[in-house]
Ligand binder design. Structure first.
Ligand SMILES: [Zn+2]
Length: 179
C-alpha cells in the first residue's frame, strides 16, 4: 500500500472516531496512534463535554490508549492522525510522547498550534514533523455539520425535535410554508 493510500486509510479511521464524538453530542474530533508497522495502537475522540474537562481531547485519549496498549510512554516511531489541527496542549503531549509524525485534516484557526510551534525549537528539534490537509474536506464537513446542527438546536426552530442525535446523514431541514 502506498503512503497516500495508507494515510487516507488512517485518516478515515480517525474520522470514524470523530463520528463517535458527533454521536455523543461532542465536537467531532477524532485521533488515532499508528505504530511503525502500521498497527493502530491507540484511538480516541473528544470527550470534553462528557467529562466536563478540557484535558479530554481526542489526541490525549488516543495517546493514553496507545501507552496502555504497549506499556510504555515512549511512542517513538509512531504517527498520529487527527481530524483537526492539535492545540498547544496536545502538541506538547505529542512531543513529550516522542511521536514522530502528525497528520491532521482541518486547520484550526482558533486553537491550532502548528504555527506557534515553529517558534518552539524544543519540540521541533526532536524531529517531529507535521503534515496538514489530509482528507481536509471530510474533516471540515463533519465539523460544519455539527456546528450547524448545534446552532439549529439552540435556535428554537420548530422542527428541531425531528433531528436525530445519532445520525449525521439527516441534515436538519427548514420548516417550509405551504408552497
Ligand atoms: Zn488539544
Amino acid at each position: 500500500m502506498c503512503d497516500k493510500e495508507n494515510n487516507d486509510k488512517n485518516m478515515t479511521y480517525a474520522l470514524k472516531q470523530a463520528q463517535e464524538a458527533f454521536n455523543c453530542g461532542e465536537v467531532p474530533i477524532g485521533a488515532i496512534v499508528v505504530a511503525a508497522d502500521g498497527t493502530v495502537i491507540g484511538r480516541g475522540y473528544n470527550k470534553v463535554e462528557t467529562t466536563k474537562c478540557q484535558s479530554e481531547h481526542a489526541e490525549l485519549i488516543a495517546i493514553r490508549d496507545a501507552c496502555n496498549k504497549i506499556g510504555d510512554w515512549r511512542l517513538s516511531d509512531c504517527s498520529m492522525y487527527v481530524t483537526l489541527e492539535p492545540c498547544l496542549m496536545c502538541f506538547g503531549l505529542i512531543g513529550l510522547s516522542r511521536i514522530k509524525t502528525v497528520y491532521f485534516g482541518a486547520k484550526s484557526p482558533l486553537f491550532g498550534a502548528q504555527s506557534g510551534l515553529k517558534d518552539n525549537g524544543a519540540i521541533y528539534s526532536k524531529g517531529l514533523t507535521v503534515h496538514g490537509g489530509l482528507k481536509e474536506s471530510e474533516c471540515i464537513a463533519i465539523l460544519r455539520l455539527f456546528f450547524g446542527q448545534a446552532r439549529y438546536e439552540r435556535g428554537g426552530c420548530e422542527t428541531k425535535a425531528c433531528i436525530p442525535r445519532n445520525c449525521q446523514e439527516t441534515a436538519p431541514e427548514e420548516k417550509r410554508g405551504d408552497n
